[in-house]
Design a protein around this ligand. Structure first.
Ligand SMILES: Nc1ncnc2c1ncn2[C@@H]1O[C@H](COP(=O)(O)OP(=O)(O)OP(=O)(O)O)[C@@H](O)[C@H]1O
Ligand SMILES: O=P(O)(O)OC[C@H]1O[C@H](OP(=O)(O)OP(=O)(O)O)[C@H](O)[C@@H]1O
Ligand SMILES: [Mg+2]
Length: 285
């Protein structure tokens, strides 16, 4: 049977969440330890464990059909590759940072500055917009140390919590882009594999939607129902079921995960009791 080939990072920041996503899509992967290739037992899919940085080339060459990869890597070396879906994890930004005690007004200050980075194309394209010329030094890891050892005046690297910058006495001065894990597609995917991709994407969308939502239940006296319904955001039509106790009902609906905290106090003052917030496994709209 025909199978779609997906590249997943072999080890590193994307590996665990990528495999979790496939698992949440109901796909079981027979993972032998240290294997570089594995098959799903219940979906026409083969997994190739590769380095994140190598994946754009494999997609371009059609060695794999799809991949879970950091968007920032596509900006750096895969601008010809399409993104089918943003996946909501491994969120970060790619930024320029300079030593904390250096005064910084704007990007013109970095004309001819030595910039250490693993993302030369990203830096060059950004600087080009401002007509500023950087002197790029390519480093593959521990980039943030470069200014401290006299190797560079500034760096361009991934920032998430900012703690690596802080520990190395650097400050973020320009944010070039934001990134998250994405599902990327080879330009040469066959029609047959495109059909498998459509099925996979349908499942991924159901999982991502469910991750963003919660099922909420509460009890309330019947006369309070209209005011409670007005408070519940993003809902089309809640379910209202009578309780065994006369004059009371149970109200059920789906809400966005984060919006719950904004309305909880008001729900209570409007007479809601016994609130339950429950995770949703899959959501098909
Ligand atoms: N601190 C971070 N917080 C959130 N996401 C991050 C962070 N660092 C990296 N990422 C994202 O995860 C991806 C993989 O990062 P990781 O450091 O695991 O691998 P890498 O060294 O870039 O790649 P390779 O697999 O080629 O060794 C990055 O491309 C980026 O999209
Ligand atoms: O803002 P923070 O939360 O501190 O995250 C940013 C750091 O995370 C990444 O490094 P990683 O830990 O992946 O190590 P690496 O350089 O070996 O890839 C990135 O290269 C930064 O150094
Ligand atoms: Mg890293």
């Amino acid at each position: 049977m025909n199978k779609i080939k997906i590249a997943v990072q072999k080890s590193g920041r994307l590996n665990e969440d990528s495999l979790k996503l496939l698992k949440d899509c109901g796909i079981s992967i027979d993972n032998g330890k240290d294997q570089l290739k594995a098959s799903a037992s219940n979906f026409p899919l083969e997994v190739f464990y590769l380095r994140n940085g190598d994946i754009p080339q494999y997609l371009r060459d059609g060695v794999v059909d799809i991949a879970i990869i950091g968007e920032n890597v596509l900006v750096e070396k895969g601008t010809d590759i399409t993104v089918a879906e943003k996946l909501g994890f491994s969120k970060c930004r790619v930024s320029i940072a300079v030593p904390k005690d250096v005064s910084y007004t704007n990007i013109q200050d970095l004309n001819e500055a030595r910039i250490a980075t693993s993302y030369p194309n990203t830096v060059l394209n950004y600087f080009k917009r401002f007509n500023v010329k950087p002197d790029i030094h390519i480093i593959n890891g521990s980039v943030e140390i470069a200014p401290n050892i006299g190797l560079a005046d500034a760096i361009c690297d991934i920032v998430s919590s900012g703690s690596t910058l802080f520990k190395n006495n650097l400050k973020e001065v320009e944010q070039i882009l934001t990134s998250e894990a994405v599902l990327a597609v080879s330009p040469s995917i066959s029609n047959q594999n495109q059909e498998i991709l459509n099925k996979l994407q349908f499942r991924i969308q159901a999982v991502l939607k469910a991750r963003k939502s919660k099922y909420i239940l509460m009890n309330a006296p019947n006369e309070k129902i209209p005011s409670i319904i007005k408070l519940l955001p993003g809902m089309r039509s809640p379910t209202v079921l009578p309780l065994a106790e006369e004059g009371w009902s149970s109200i059920h609906t789906v809400i966005e995960k984060n919006s719950f905290w904004e309305v909880i106090d008001e729900l209570k003052t409007n007479g809601a009791e016994g609130l339950l917030v429950v995770p949703i496994e899959k959501m098909v709209l």
